[in-house]
Write a protein that binds this ligand. Structure first.
Ligand code: UDP
Ligand code: MG
Length: 341
């Protein structure tokens, strides 16, 4: 029996400090299994020498390939670039963070579940150590909200760390939307999936690139990507306020006709103006969110651009977007001697 071909995709942004540690642990795990393993690192426009570290690692191990994006495109785009570079012959694909928050030691467990016939095996965190109660509470709220709004179930407390079958990755690759909410895309493709529990550790070195503003944006993106409920809500609130406004207006009119119109009612006027103004701005904002997404899509820009690809046999370019200029431009495998960043 031929060994299983496993490809590990690792997005890395300013992870020079932790990458050697990570790689040593990853290779330790991969070597312990009878696998035909490959690792694809994606340098997401780092400016801390991450590429130099990758360059050195590639020199040591022919199983490693690396992509360097032309700038920082964000984790979702980096992941997409990595998945696009996975060759057709891979049986299973693992996505893992470079900061050692996702333990590589879990890969054998993920693989075991894949052998049982699951297409997507995601790692679900048991504990969130080193994270504030506020982050835990907001994350909790977000998962519940998404579960209500999206048509499919979003697994709770699950990051991007997961193993996917070749066909699940092929399905994922067909989703070329620009604003990529990966958790939602993973859920959208369906296929048999299961969870493996693990402990999530605080990152080993370096610092997280997430702050609350980015998390808020992620939440808005998640909701607007997979649900038009906010638009419905705006309509519903609009209908409700209109009904109230019309009946109140009719009341005011009748009162004025029957009893005249003494100049009074400044408070009620102010309340009505302010409430309606607020509601209108809110609804406009919701519409704007969706308009912004449409705007991003119609521009048809590529999701990422590649500056350098080393030891990575790129896949035949992505499928659905048939436009030639939407394909990643693969530069020659030239290595800059000095990191220009
Ligand atoms: N990452 C990336 N591009 C970015 C931000 C992050 O490729 O713009 C990578 C990062 O190097 C790490 C993973 O995505 O491997 C998760 O990032 P981080 O640890 O900052 O997120 P958190 O674990 O806090 O969700
Ligand atoms: Mg992390």
């Amino acid at each position: 029996m031929a060994p299983i071909r496993l490809t590990v995709v690792v997005p890395a942004y300013n992870e020079a400090e932790v990458l050697p540690l990570f790689h040593a642990r990853l290779v330790g795990v991969l070597d312990g299994m009878a696998l035909d393993a490959r690792v694809i690192y994606v340098d997401d426009g780092s400016h801390d020498g991450t590429w130099r570290v990758l360059d050195r690692l590639m020199g040591q191990d022919p199983r490693i390939g690396a992509l360097r994006l032309s700038r920082n495109f964000g984790k979702e785009a980096a992941l997409t670039a990595g998945l696009d570079a996975v060759t057709d012959d891979a049986d299973a694909i693992v996505i893992i963070d470079a900061d050692l928050q996702d333990p590589p030691e879990l890969i054998p467990d993920l693989l075991a579940r894949w052998r049982d016939g699951y297409d997507v095996v995601y790692a679900t965190r048991e504990h969130r150590e080193g994270e504030s109660w506020f982050k835990r509470a907001t994350a909790h709220l977000f998962y519940r909200l998404m579960a209500r709004m999206a048509a499919f179930n979003l697994p709770h407390d699950t990051g991007d760390f997961r193993l996917m079958s070749a066909r699940a990755v092929a399905a994922l690759r067909q989703l070329r939307e620009r604003q990529r909410f990966m958790k939602g895309l993973f859920g959208w493709i369906g296929y048999p999936h299961t969870a493996v529990m693990y402990q999530r550790y605080p990152r080993q070195a370096g610092r997280t690139k997430w702050n609350y503003w980015r998390l808020f944006n992620l939440a808005v993106e998640g909701i607007t990507s997979f649900s038009i409920l906010p638009l419905r809500l705006a309509t519903a609130v609009g209908v409700a306020t209109s009904v109230c406004a019309f009946s109140y207006g009719a009341g005011v009119f009748i009162k004025a006709v029957l009893w005249g119109d003494p100049v009074k009612g400044y408070p009620s006027l102010m309340v009505v103006v302010l409430v309606l103004g607020g509601l209108q701005l809110l609804a406009l904002g919701v519409v704007g969110e969706y308009l912004g997404r449409v705007y991003a899509e119609v521009k048809q820009r590529p999701i990422y651009l590649i500056e350098t690809a080393c030891q990575v046999p790129m896949m035949p370019p992505p499928y659905s977007t048939a436009r030639a200029d939407a394909l990643p431009s693969v530069a020659a495998a030239s290595l800059p001697t000095e990191d220009p960043r």
